[in-house]
Design a protein around this ligand. Structure first.
Ligand code: PGA
Length: 224
């Protein structure tokens, strides 16, 4: 099983020439991956463009969110079916920033997960504490999704959760595919997989710095 590296660009960059520049500098340096699979999750507006850029690479396309219906009168929303038709394979669901700023609740998150699974998209569900894990692990769909442990103290803070504490969480969460996310960089990335036992990483800010992102991918190819 390959390690999954999910790059979450969040609401960046602000124009498509920057998208091209990030993509070009990463593409030329990451080739022939043997141990990792790289998923790029840009803002919706760049998905179509990235779909054509990614077509001749090993990178996989993902999205950062979706709605729970396929089409209809839902102003401003994007459906899982639309994402599927853009060659997306993964969708990040329930990110803590969406829970905080858009008040996403468990019920909405569950509907989104089910809608993704219906069209064959793989949800990557972000959870920040054991209570949330306990709840999702009881659901019928829990084995069909990828889970991501994203402790709030580590998201966008530059303060990664310690490897020791992460290892304890990994041990407690009985799920075959768990990612770690929160201030991942090229120095700590491989430890979350090799030492703490996660199946991959979710990378936010470091995924926009092409040199750093390339180093993350290379470190995993080398050390795991
Ligand atoms: P970060 O974000 O790497 O910038 O901490 C991770 C995430 O939000 O998924």
């Amino acid at each position: 099983m390959k390690a999954l590296i999910v790059s979450n660009w969040k609401m960046n960059p602000v124009n498509s020439s920057q998208v091209l520049s990030i993509f070009n500098s990463v593409k030329s340096k990451i080739k022939n991956l043997k141990k990792c699979e790289v998923v790029i999750c840009p803002p919706f507006v760049y998905l179509d463009r990235l779909k054509s850029y990614l077509s001749k690479t090993n990178f996989i396309l993902g999205a950062q969110n979706c709605f729970w219906e396929s089409s209809g009168a839902f102003t401003g929303e994007i459906s899982p079916l639309m994402l599927k038709n853009l060659n997306c394979r993964y969708v990040i669901i329930g990110h803590s920033e969406r829970r905080k700023y858009l008040f996403e609740k468990e019920e909405m998150i569950d509907k989104k997960i089910r809608a993704c699974l219906m069209v064959g998209l793989k949800p990557i569900v972000c959870l920040s504490n054991l209570k949330q894990f306990k709840s999702i692990l009881k659901k019928d769909f829990s084995k069909k999704v990828i889970l991501a442990f994203e402790p709030l103290s580590a998201i966008g803070t530059g303060k990664p959760y310690s490897i020791e504490k992460s290892k304890k969480i990994r041990f407690k969460v009985k799920h075959p595919f768990l990612l770690y996310g929160g201030s991942v960089d090229s120095k700590n990335a491989f430890s979350y997989i090799k030492k703490a036992g996660f199946q991959g990483i979710l990378v936010g800010s470091a995924s926009l710095k092409s040199g750093e992102f390339v180093s993350i991918v290379k470190s995993l190819e080398k050390f795991i």
